[in-house]
Design a protein around this ligand. Structure first.
Ligand code: DX5
Ligand code: ZN
Length: 224
């Protein structure tokens, strides 16, 4: 059976004046998971949104959509506990600021066995640094732009990281998902999928497309 490709729209690029309209479009286009970028103005320069907005959106849409929470924050484990109280269950935090605090992982897993945990690597981080940790995670997110803003160009070296993660997974019989976040469009998306990515985060490309269904079809096209 062919594996399902997962596309996660990043609502950082949604129209905040008409969020419910954008959510209706995503559901209509067949989206199953939205990507929720939390930025605290410390780990990255800007502040985006947090628990309050999540609570509203989760209460309204959790029966139709999963929420993939990407924590670009200095204290991701503290935030994970906050989001857990509100219904969140899928989290990705960054290797760069948690490498010395990974003991937290075990306590989270013991307390909340059902949650999904992912680790993200920024463009400057060598992928070999996380291979030894990979079996602790449900998903590994290759940041293909510098974290902190939507609308940036895809960094081509990210493709090699995807390839390394896919080969390592195969060679070691592991099962983590490989995600890619940043600069995904109808050219970079197919390239990442062909290289071994399982899910793609797309912000500006998806939300600026007038026909969301066609935009999705172009990301997953198999003819490249
Ligand atoms: C970047 C965020 C991304 C971003 C993607 O720091 O983590 O999720 O919203 O936006 P695009 O697709 O426009 O690069
Ligand atoms: Zn993100």
């Amino acid at each position: 059976m062919e594996k399902e490709t997962l596309i996660y729209p990043s609502i950082l690029s949604a129209d905040f004046l008409h969020l419910s309209k954008d959510f209706a479009c995503m559901i209509k286009a067949g989206i199953k998971t939205v990507h929720f970028d939390v930025m605290d103005g410390l780990f990255v320069k800007d502040i985006s949104f947090g628990e309050k907005l999540f609570k509203t959106l989760y209460q309204r849409y959790h029966q139709k959509l999963n929420f993939d929470i990407h924590l670009m924050t200095e204290e991701p484990f503290r935030h994970i506990r906050q989001f857990l109280k509100l219904g969140g269950s899928d989290f990705t935090f960054h290797y760069e600021n948690t490498i010395n605090k990974l003991s937290e992982l075990k306590s989270l897993r013991d307390e909340y066995p059902y949650i999904k945990l992912g680790i993200a690597i920024s463009p400057d981080t060598d992928v070999s640094r996380i291979l030894g940790l990979a079996n602790n995670f449900d998903q590994i997110l290759v940041m293909s732009v510098v974290p902190g803003a939507s609308g940036q160009s895809f960094i081509p070296e990210s493709v090699e990281k995807i390839r390394r993660l896919a080969n390592f997974r195969k060679d070691n019989n592991l099962s983590y998902l490989i995600g890619v976040d940043g600069g995904i469009d109808d050219k970079t998306g197919p390239l990442c999928l062909e290289t071994g990515a399982d899910y793609l985060v797309t912000g500006s490309y998806f939300f600026s497309s007038s026909d969301k269904k066609v935009a999705l079809e172009k990301i997953v096209r198999k003819d490249v």
